[in-house]
Design a protein around this ligand. Sequence first.
Ligand SMILES: *[C@@H]1O[C@H](CO)[C@@H](O)[C@H](O)[C@H]1NC(C)=O
Ligand SMILES: *[C@@H]1O[C@H](CO)[C@@H](O)[C@H](O)[C@H]1NC(C)=O
Ligand SMILES: *[C@@H]1O[C@H](CO)[C@@H](O)[C@H](O)[C@H]1NC(C)=O
Ligand SMILES: *[C@@H]1O[C@H](CO)[C@@H](O)[C@H](O)[C@H]1NC(C)=O
Ligand SMILES: *[C@@H]1O[C@H](CO)[C@@H](O)[C@H](O)[C@H]1NC(C)=O
Ligand SMILES: *[C@@H]1O[C@H](CO)[C@@H](O)[C@H](O)[C@H]1NC(C)=O
Ligand SMILES: [Cu+2]
Length: 794
Amino acid sequence: MVTESSKKTTLADRLKTVGCCQIIGAVIFALGLVVGLVIGLYVHQNRIFQSHNIGSTVRPVSQCPSTNPVIHLDFESSLFAPLTVREMTQVAQILLNESIIMSLDEPTGLTQNFITSMYLHPPLKAMALKYLDDDGPNVGRYAKVHVQRGATSPPDVMEYKVGPLGGNKATITPLTKAGDIHFNARPYEKVEIANLNNAIKKDMHILASLIAESFDGAVYPRDITAFFFNGAAGFRAEERETRFVIGFWGFENKIDLFHLLPLSGTIHSPGTDTSQWYTHTFYYLNQGPYKNASELMDSYRRNNIRKIKLSDGYKDTTRNRLFPKRDDRKPRRNFSHRQGSISYQPDGARYTIAGSKISWMGWEFYLSASQMRGLSLFDIRFKGDRVVYELSSNEVVVTYANDGSAQNGIIYTDASFGLLSGHPVTILRDVDCPQYATVLNTTFWSSATQKPGQYQSICIFEADGQEPLWRHNDDSFAAGLRNRYLVVRMPTAVGNYDYIFEYHFYLDGNLYTTVSATGYIHTAFWDAHNPHIGNDKTKTPFGYRVSDYSMGAIHDHTFGFKVDMDVISTSNTFKLIRWRAGSILDAFKTQVDIQEQPPYFVYNQTRYIEWETLQRERGMKLSYDEQNVWIVVNDKEKNKWGVERGYQIAPMKTAAQTLTEAHPALSALSFTKYHCAVTKRKEDEQYLTSTYDINRMANPKGHLDLMLDNESIIDQDLVTWVTVGFVHVPTSEDVPMTTSVKTGFLLRPFNFFDNTAVFDMPEYYESADHKDYTHEPEAEACYEAKYRKFCKYC
Ligand SMILES: *[C@@H]1O[C@H](CO)[C@@H](O)[C@H](O)[C@H]1NC(C)=O
Ligand SMILES: *[C@@H]1O[C@H](CO)[C@@H](O)[C@H](O)[C@H]1NC(C)=O
Ligand SMILES: *[C@@H]1O[C@H](CO)[C@@H](O)[C@H](O)[C@H]1NC(C)=O
Ligand SMILES: *[C@@H]1O[C@H](CO)[C@@H](O)[C@H](O)[C@H]1NC(C)=O
Ligand SMILES: *[C@@H]1O[C@H](CO)[C@@H](O)[C@H](O)[C@H]1NC(C)=O
Ligand SMILES: *[C@@H]1O[C@H](CO)[C@@H](O)[C@H](O)[C@H]1NC(C)=O
Ligand SMILES: [Cu+2]
């Protein structure tokens, strides 16, 4: 009774208050409106904005606190940080002093010795672990250097380890033997390209009228140039036969890979004596081979050949077809003039960077990078336990298929060119990462200038996933945790493609590795009268027509990673959980021998799981028909429930290699056959591929199948080599730009913790009776300062 009456009073009182409030509210509102208008006019006229003077109508908003997460950037004191510019200079000086190279001037000829790349040689793991875990001595920093030795007889390529860097105790250790790496198996670099360009000059002169008549009045070298990266330089290491194709100029002194032309040839280009080089095997509109340019020209003059004549004015349209700029003739989308949603950091950064060590919400790891292999992370720990010793991108393979004289059988192993040494990439704030991201440099050695360089290529930030990491609603409560994660992102540009490598660290111990592809597609000439295509003049067996004279060549993108898991210690075992279907008896018989199905089973069929411990090194492929779960466990470490602690390796949606062993490249690319291969870790099994194998496919020397040699992998230091990718059928939407496509894999705790690892985080929780309410920390509203200008050049 008492309660009821008091309730009524309260309600009546409230109603009164409300009525009263409404009047007061209206007055305040009117006042506010006037004040607001006046202030608005004032602000407008004076073009100033002083938030603390605005009064009650506008909530005062100030700039978000800017905390600098960088404690220091002394990379040279770190075990794993990328080499610094200073260290690279020291290494070059040491090689010069020891006469391994003769000069640090720009190389001008192939008969010189010069450095083609340089990057951190990771410390020996045993030593690094002693240092990290047992107060062992600092193992120092070492460089790995590739030297192209054209001055040596016979010429070759050598790799050296130089260090320890910093003091005056550095020594040079050859990692290869003289002659081991044949000179003709080396990757292409600028000096050779200049000589290859020279080698075709006289042919271009001979073919001048063919070029002009066929290609819209094109004149070499004013309008067209040659492209030399058309796949392997030879099948055997000794061979060097460089196929070239002609195309229009694109951006910035580079060929336009979208407007290649149907004129090609091959340059016999072995060794260093360029006077012995010659061109041969010419094709025009896939007609040939012609022994030399004169022979082709003869045939053309005598009309013994089918001809092509591009439409008039075509060559002046190529740039606009490709240039990635908004088309001003297109109407703007409604509201597209407004700024889109953005995220900001209201309470300062929640991560720190000390040297190359990054910490965020229980995660700790070191960042590293190599100009050849890209971005790496070392010593990844979560809540104090080491989970991964090394997580590194290793290789990107792109295998094309095409019907073009120099445009068939193209295979790129991008790490041979260098995942980070192609074009300097600068992080585009607001495009690549939010304003508040921290940007770190990576370094590279420029083969062309014989100087070190660095660019702003990695960004680090906490991302707002804008989604629940977990949630639950019940009649008695509602609760959840917003998903936020740390991102380490590195965009790269290798030729026409841009790859964006990322690592995402989650609050629950999950770690995503992803890679996206965007950029330009690589095409071949579209020949409407190609005798190899059917009546439907829109496609070839190798892809669709995507422009007047271009077809998009089908290809795959395959990304290989080294994942050196250390679940708590280096003693790990790999287990397969097989996802089975069968009878109830089959299920039980995997553990106990029973003869009769227990009576309470409603069906006699079920699914069940079986465990297999991998005894020996093995490569595995995913299959929809065989659902397996891959886990790396430490059988000496148990969780509270007695289960061995582990981490799962779970690929995201991925393609599989479909080339068979009949394809000549498959052994050099043997890693592409597996989605996951498990090997016993060895210092000399550093990478999935060799820099040189693509140019010596007949006898490749550094690929994954050579590591899979049946060694025991029970309670060993294991490396799992994870490979994911996608197939690409280019369509008209890839022109001018392929929008980003993503794949990757997840490392996920698997009985690693006693329970969900996030219940040490502040969360949102509300009981139905509203008596218990907690939420994540909430800072005052603020605006994010644009502390770095968007525009790089203005
Ligand atoms: C250069 O070499 C000489 C002897 O070969 C050695 O004494 C000197 O320390 C070296 N200098 C550097 C910078 O390595
Ligand atoms: C081109 O080949 C033809 C016949 O195969 C030969 O007669 C001619 O000398 C060659 N020309 C050049 C410039 O090598
Ligand atoms: C865009 O805005 C205009 C003007 O408000 C409106 O007439 C039109 O229907 C809108 N178009 C779309 C696609 O929403
Ligand atoms: C990063 O590289 C840029 C050049 O791209 C340079 O100006 C800057 O000083 C470098 N920053 C650090 C910390 O080395
Ligand atoms: C399973 O159940 C089906 C249908 O109930 C029955 O026909 C079949 O014989 C059973 N199989 C076994 C092995 O009991
Ligand atoms: C791998 O090694 C085991 C044990 O030595 C042996 O039984 C097996 O035949 C080997 N397998 C291969 C493919 O060599
Ligand atoms: Cu692609």
